[in-house]
Design a protein around this ligand. Structure first.
Ligand code: ZN
Length: 547
């Protein structure tokens, strides 16, 4: 209870900045003796409910007067297993920075702090605030490792982002453990002021507009007060869910992976403290660790074909969409080649795997890598790369460079003097061919009926795409043919012959061996998920890709 109450009353700080004292207070529901008439269904009360449920989520919808926008009442739902989700995230993201989580279960005061954080986020929704995935990317990347900055500003400027716990900071940064969890940030204070501060000189909402617009211009000077850009359609790598330090996802993900490697070493000692228990925690947290890895790498994929964006209206200087430089896009692909597509040996720990399952790691790694590759090669991203090249010429990252960079990463072994492809990489290479097959032979994903027009940009594909994949497949086939002469490894030989057969099938799907095409809609689903999370009130989707 004290944690739930604190989660509500945290917002007093924001309201004080808007000129209100004790604006928001949490109270225990009265007992039947104290108030026999009390009902949580009574529209005069805004209630937080704890629901006995295995769902790992919470939500904070509100009811408003459609004529004025005035919020009339709200009710927050806390599903019980939101605590399991918070525990897992905190362990995987901030575990190496917090001595309290070296052994599970976590102490009660820490679990309470995590509940407080969720309540505060949901209260933000009930006050009318939407998710803001943008603001966190406007902090300079290095600041999320700066103990003094984080103490004052947080690692994210807003509770309303999905920027959960600081996975970028390193143990040597010595961040105070109290600052690993987001609190009311500068954006929250500013947005509360904009939404709630009275403008006594205005006699109507129209008359408020000049003052409100003046306040909004503060976003030009202080970039972390910004909000998602209208119509950016998944093109802005700063508008990411689950991201810390997304001003530079390459640097932040590199640091995040260092922490995940520490987490991998913590897993067995942390989860084996209760004699007689099964290895359920180890199994669950190992799977979620791969999910966290995938997530952080996907933040890097988002840079390719991306734009730095800022919402602007007529009268403000400059354009709304600025393409990310060729150097940054190419750097992102090189990073993925080295970190996502190289076999992640630190994840492959027999001390863990042989405690949880007889078989599975090859598929787990394949699924995690495939998620990143599929995202990187999404048709909407490729269409943006083609169009950036059409508009910006040689200054842009060229589609041919992009495709070749990915190919050289995924099939890097084929150029070596002596060729061996390990089991993880064989899976990855086949995953690439499956994606190519879908591009060439599956029917393109249509935009589902009923979506707003602003989603249409996610369904744009390039007429050049098929031709590029055919060209890439021919290059891979030639390299595989040459590599066959350079391998003495039986598994590699069989694999390379299989690669050549599969390419022949994809390029000539009418042939007898033609395999059925795999659907190619994953990136679109991913984009849509992000857009919906930007726009609605259901807050804590279980993001991970379960192997
Ligand atoms: Zn939310």
């Amino acid at each position: 209870m004290p944690f739930v109450k604190n989660g509500v009353e945290k917002w007093q700080k924001a309201f004080e900045a808007a000129g209100f004292k004790n604006a928001i207070i949490a109270k225990m529901a009265p007992s039947p003796k104290e108030d026999p008439e009390f009902s949580p269904e009574d529209a005069r009360y805004s209630v937080i409910r704890w629901l006995p449920s295995t769902i790992e989520n919470a939500s904070g919808p509100h009811i408003n007067d459609p004529r004025t926008g005035e919020i009339l009442e709200s009710d927050i739902q806390m599903y019980h297993n939101i605590m399991n989700l918070q525990r897992s995230w905190y362990f995987l993201q901030a575990g190496p920075l917090d001595p309290r989580v070296q052994k599970l279960p976590m102490p009660q005061d820490l679990m309470g702090t995590l509940v407080e954080y969720v309540v505060a986020h949901e209260v933000g929704h009930t006050l009318g605030f939407q998710h803001n995935m943008k603001a966190s990317s406007m902090y300079p990347q290095e600041k999320v490792r700066d103990r003094e900055w984080v103490k004052k500003m947080g690692h994210t400027p807003t509770l309303m982002d999905y920027s959960r716990f600081n996975y970028v900071a390193q143990p040597e940064d010595k961040i105070d453990v109290a600052d690993l969890v987001p609190g009311i940030g500068p954006y929250d204070i500013w947005a509360t002021m904009w939404g709630y501060k009275p403008i006594p000189t205005a006699k109507s909402s129209d008359e408020e507009r000049v003052t409100l617009d003046t306040w909004a211009r503060e976003q030009d000077k202080t970039p972390w007060l910004r909000f998602s850009t209208d119509g950016s359609a998944g093109s802005d790598p700063g508008e990411l869910t689950e991201a810390v330090g997304d001003a530079d996802a390459v640097k932040s993900t590199a640091l995040g992976i260092k922490n995940l490697q520490r987490v991998a070493k913590m897993l067995v000692p942390a989860t084996t403290t209760q004699k007689g228990d099964p290895y359920d925690d180890l199994s669950e947290l190992y799977g979620r660790m791969l999910g966290q890895w995938t997530l952080e790498l996907n933040h890097v994929a988002a840079i390719v074909g991306g734009f730095d964006t800022q919402q602007k209206h007529i009268g403000q200087d400059g354009v709304r969409f600025v393409p990310i430089s060729k150097a940054r896009q190419a750097e992102a692909v090189q990073f993925l080649n080295a970190n996502a597509f190289a076999s992640p040996t630190w994840q492959i720990d027999k001390e863990i795997l042989r405690r949880i399952e007889p078989i599975g790691v090859l598929n787990r790694v394949r699924n995690a890598q495939n998620s990143v590759l599929n995202n990187l090669l999404s048709s909407s991203r490729f269409a943006r790369v083609v169009e950036q090249s059409a508009l910006d010429g040689a200054a842009a990252y060229q589609p041919a460079e992009f495709m070749a960079d990915v190919r050289k990463g995924v099939f890097s072994e084929l150029d070596a003097p002596s060729v061996t492809v390990d089991a993880y990489r064989r899976n990855l290479q086949r995953a690439y061919l499956d994606i190519a097959n879908a591009k060439l032979n599956a029917s393109p994903a249509a935009m589902p009926a009923g979506l707003p027009a602003s989603f249409a940009a996610m369904f744009i594909s390039s007429g050049d795409e098929k031709a590029y994949y055919r060209s890439e497949l021919r290059a891979i086939d030639a390299a595989a043919a040459a590599a066959l002469a350079k391998t003495g490894d039986a598994a590699t030989r069989v694999h390379l012959e299989g690669v050549r057969d599969q390419i022949a099938d994809i390029l000539d799907p009418k042939s007898a061996r033609a395999s059925s095409a795999t659907p190619g809609g994953s990136r679109i689903a991913f984009d849509l998920m992000e857009m919906f999370m930007n726009s609605n009130d259901a807050c804590w989707p279980d993001y991970e890709i379960k192997p």
